[in-house]
Structures are given as structure tokens and as C-alpha cells.
Design a protein around this ligand. Sequence first.
Ligand SMILES: Nc1ncnc2c1ncn2[C@@H]1O[C@H](COP(=O)(O)OP(=O)(O)O)[C@@H](O)[C@H]1O
Ligand SMILES: [Mg+2]
Length: 266
Amino acid sequence: MALLETLNLSKSFGGLQAIDNVSLRVDENSVHGLIGPNGSGKSTFFNLLTGVYQPDIGSHISFNNIDITNKPAHYIASQGLARTFQLLRLYGELSVLENVLVGYHPHTKYGPLAPLIMGAEVRRQDKLVKEEMMDLLEFIGLAEHAEIPAAELSGGQRRLLALGRAIAMKPKMLLLDEPGAGLSPVNVDNLMATILTLKERYNLTIVVVEHILKVVMATCDTISVLDHGQKISEGSPTFVKNDPAVVEAYLGREMADEDIRAAMNS
Ligand SMILES: Nc1ncnc2c1ncn2[C@@H]1O[C@H](COP(=O)(O)OP(=O)(O)O)[C@@H](O)[C@H]1O
Ligand SMILES: [Mg+2]
């Protein structure tokens, strides 16, 4: 079953067609890769799905059988479509635990006045939520750092925390924009392994943008390839890797990234 489906999705910025008529479906419980050269529209695609940008007229996006085209970002998030950002957005001065609690917030049952009305019950709920979030921190290996400010974490730990915060929202689908950016290849491998474990544990469907192609090839069930905003290829990792259109799209560019070369040659 398709959990997410776009139909003729387009987005132009002035004269630039950043996303050009992309129809794409993501099956429930799959790990779906989204790759393409720099500037091919991957982040824009995520921004359209999550309501950060409004798509051009004629575009359709459905999620979990609900039409989310032109819906506001908070509504889309509340339907269970969560994301992490290419640039981290953590609250550096807040503790690690507080950062995941921020993610959890939309699920708390009680409003801001509730403590006045029914203190004991709210405190009990609070305690349960904290336990659950500690469980999550345990799982991503940050439990022992729960009380320190997020700013004191290493780069890799911050990546994990951003992931933890998105998972605290209890999404059905998680969009990951370059989760391995800035990490060494070994750490990226670890991160992807963690992501796959989290997927099983929290029953997630994942769409991942990652420029280290080796990682995408190893972890994704299906891969879609964007070039100049258009979907130029789609299929299994093996299919995509051998698709001349994909090789062409990458080879046309400056080959600064050795991983791209390695992935294409392997
Ligand atoms: N807010 C914006 N305003 C104008 N142009 C944008 C905006 N966001 C993205 N773009 C342009 O859209 C194209 C695709 O960008 P992006 O989605 O960030 O690519 P990718 O994530 O694949 O590297 C680029 O040419 C980029 O400059
Ligand atoms: Mg991007």
C-alpha cells in the first residue's frame, strides 16, 4: 500500500523549475531513497511534502489516504509525517532530554492550564512521558547524556538527537534529509544501522536523502532519482545503479565526491 503519493508535483521559484511534474509513491514500511546531484530538488521535495512550500497549481500530494496538498505544516505533522532538516535545528541550551520532549509535545493530552485543575494525574502522565523518552534516548545511545545541554554533544550525537526528536513525534513516516552530513563514513554506516533498527521498532516508513550513495544503495528498498527537478529513474538499488540515465546525471557534474564515483563503479 502507498503511504505517500505525489501526482504531478511541481514547484517553481520565479523562472526556476525546482520540482518538475514528479509523480512518486512510497510504500508503507519501506525505506525509500531519494538521490540526485546537488540542486536537483531533493530538499525542495521534502519541503513540499511537509507544507514548508506550497506546490504549483495542478500538484497533488496524499498521505495515508488524506489529501495534504496545500495543508499547513502543523496539520501535516499531526497526520504523522515528520522530518529532520539538512541543517540541524536543536535547542543547544536545552538538555538532551528536553530536546526530545519538545518533539513529544503534540501528543500530550492536557493543555497549559491542566496542572492547576488536576495536578496529580498530569504529574503521573509527565512521569510516563519522561520514561518513554528516556527509553528512546537509551535506544539511540544518548541516555547517559540526557541532562547535558544539547550544544555539548558531538556532531554524530547531535544527528542522533535530531532523529530522536523526530521519532518522539510518533510519526508514521519519517523524512531524513542528509542524516549523515558531516559524519565520517563509519559513523554514517552506524547511523544508517540505527535508522533501520528504529524503523523496525517504531514501525516507520522512511524516505531518506543521502549523498553518500553507498549508504543509500545498501539500505533502501526503492530509490528515486531526481535531476533538474525531474524524476529520471526509479527502482531497486541494482536497477538504479546500472541505469545509464543516472550515471549520466552524475557524470555530467563535477565529481568531487569520491563516494559517488565508488558507488557508480561498484
Ligand atoms: N526558497 C527558494 N527560493 C529560490 N530557489 C530555491 C529555494 N529553495 C530551493 N531553491 C532552488 O531550487 C533548486 C533545488 O534546490 P534543493 O531542493 O535545495 O536541491 P537539493 O536538495 O537536491 O540539493 C536549486 O536550484 C535551489 O537553488
Ligand atoms: Mg538538499
